[in-house]
Design a protein around this ligand. Structure first.
Ligand SMILES: Cc1cc2nc3c(=O)[nH]c(=O)nc-3n(C[C@H](O)[C@H](O)[C@H](O)COP(=O)(O)OP(=O)(O)OC[C@H]3O[C@@H](n4cnc5c(N)ncnc54)[C@H](O)[C@@H]3O)c2cc1C
Length: 465
């Protein structure tokens, strides 16, 4: 059945997608404009709203004891703030000409149209799930939603075997490898790339692989999964590649995501070369005054390369939501772009990156020098100082910082934020060498590892001028 909605006199903001970007936008708009001025209707096809997918590996691994801790704000909390949140309701069509969306109740199938004055598209990303035999077999799990996490935990509680195969070695893959180790599984990670963590250069990825092997994880690189083999009961029993089979009682997929832009594409909204929606700096969809988009469904400006990229991260989605909410609430804010900062860990190994990798710099025609240094997390004489490797890229002649990658133990990961700030400020490596960073033996050597790398890079740049 298709029904039309009755319009009130207030302005109406419709939000599609009830997680980080969408509900941040709705909440911010509500802060700026009360319910007598602005009606807010948010559609979410899933069971939950404002949840942290980022926490799923730690919930599955047992560090976070229960699912509800990952929910930042419940549906009831949003409704108490006069946001008409409709869970289990999927938007199936955008009618831009008439300014309305068609939505379907996922459980009953009932459909209705809702008109809008302002529209926010925050549909997130869709996990890549190659069409391979056995992909839908019991025991094969994605980890995109809280329902996915629960389904995986249910499988773990039922499964008698103790062999887990993780497909994909990006940050979600390595975090899930840790989770499965914590659950007592023998873990194999099957990875298409030459090394894990393709967001790093391969020489830094190698350090991650070696550390993961040291943790007892079997790392299989350069391997393309061809099939998921099933047993007599129909459940998964192995992951097959062109060369080998890896026995599996459970398979976790962490192969990456693509922007979820089905609705936007059908409506003819502008998409970039990575498939994400294109917006201006105020997160308005290019060419549309009353439509905003943010989070994993959009492309972002990379401030270092000047290129559009798709970088699906919660840290961006929340910021986009704030910017959108300000605009939709009648204010003004802009999102300048990103430098590509990300941090993750596998057990006690911390992995961080910001800016460009060597291949990114080559792709955009930048000439650069790169240096790699070994240092420690604390003064060498202080207890528990642990090794840390820092790689730094700087542009030839100008010495402009282009990127930093860090692999090490405690204290390594968040050091990348120094580089993120330096990149944002457009600093040269020479300028970085005199940064007034905090020092005491329990926190760093007197020359912080990032400064050691900057010094080495500055020396190398000077030698080439
Ligand atoms: C396992 C895991 C770990 C992660 N760890 C980190 C991390 O450590 N750091 C970090 O920065 N990021 C991390 N992320 C990424 C982060 O979770 C996402 O970038 C963030 O959730 C994106 O928010 P979003 O609102 O754009 O999209 P989503 O969170 O995907 O939300 C989009 C919502 O829209 C709904 N939706 C889509 N289409 C429709 C429709 N047609 N109708 C109604 N509803 C619809 C979906 O159901 C979904 O709830 C992680 C992600 C995963 C999966």
């Amino acid at each position: 059945m298709t029904m039309s909605d009755a319009r009130g006199t207030r302005e109406r903001l419709v939000v599609i997608g009830g997680d980080a970007a969408g509900m941040s936008a709705a909440s911010q708009a509500r802060r700026l404009r009360g319910p007598d001025e602005l009606e807010i209707v948010a559609f979410e096809r899933g069971h939950f709203t404002s949840f942290s997918a980022c926490g799923i590996p730690y919930w599955v691994g047992g560090d976070v004891p229960d699912r509800d801790r990952l929910i930042a704000r419940t549906a009831e909390e949003h409704r108490a703030r006069d946001i008409d949140l409709r869970l289990r309701t999927e938007v199936t069509e955008l009618d831009l000409d008439r300014g309305r969306v068609r939505a379907r109740d996922v459980d009953s199938g009932a459909e209705s149209w809702t008109s809008y004055d302002k529209l926010v598209i925050a549909t997130g990303a869709r996990p890549i799930r190659p069409e391979l035999p056995g992909m839908d077999a019991p025991g094969v799990h994605g980890v995109q939603t809280l329902d996915d996490g629960q389904a995986l935990l249910d499988t773990l509680s039922r499964t008698r075997g103790r062999r887990a195969v993780v497909v994909g070695a990006g940050y979600i893959g390595v975090e899930m490898a840790e989770a499965m180790l914590h659950r007592g599984y023998e873990v194999t990670v099957v990875n298409r790339g030459a090394e894990p963590m393709a967001t790093l250069d391969p020489d830094m990825g190698r350090l991650v692989r070696e550390a993961m092997e040291g943790m007892g994880i079997t790392m299989v690189n350069d391997a393309e999964v061809t099939e998921l083999l099933t047993g007599d009961d129909g459940g998964v029993r192995a992951v097959a590649t062109e060369d080998a089979e890896y026995p599996a009682d459970v398979v976790v997929l962490g192969i990456g995501v693509r922007p979820e832009t089905t609705l936007a594409r059908a409506a003819g909204l502008p998409l970039g070369e990575h498939g994400g929606l294109l917006t201006d700096r105020s997160m308005r969809v290019r060419g549309y005054e009353n439509i905003w988009a943010g989070g994993d469904c959009v492309e972002v400006l990379d401030l270092v390369s000047g290129q559009q990229r798709h970088i699906p991260l919660g840290t961006h989605a929340n910021k986009h939501g704030q910017i959108i909410g300000a605009g939709a609430g009648g204010g003004y804010a802009t999102f300048p772009g990103v430098v590509g900062t990300a941090v993750s860990k596998v057990c006690d190994l911390e992995i961080a990156r910001t800016g460009l990798r060597e291949k990114d710099a080559h792709r955009v025609g930048l000439r650069f020098e790169s240096v790699t240094i070994e240092s420690t997390s604390r003064a060498g004489y202080y207890p528990n100082a642990s090794p840390m490797t820092v790689k730094m890229l700087a542009e030839l002649r100008t010495g402009r910082l282009l990127g930093v990658q860090i692999v090490g133990r405690e204290g390594a990961g968040k050091r990348v934020d120094i580089a993120a700030v330096a990149l944002t400020a457009g600093m040269t490596v020479d300028q970085m060498t005199t940064l007034d960073l905090g020092y005491a033996p329990p926190f760093s050597p007197v020359w912080d590892p990032v400064l050691v790398a900057a010094r080495k890079a500055a020396t190398k740049i000077r030698a080439t001028v």
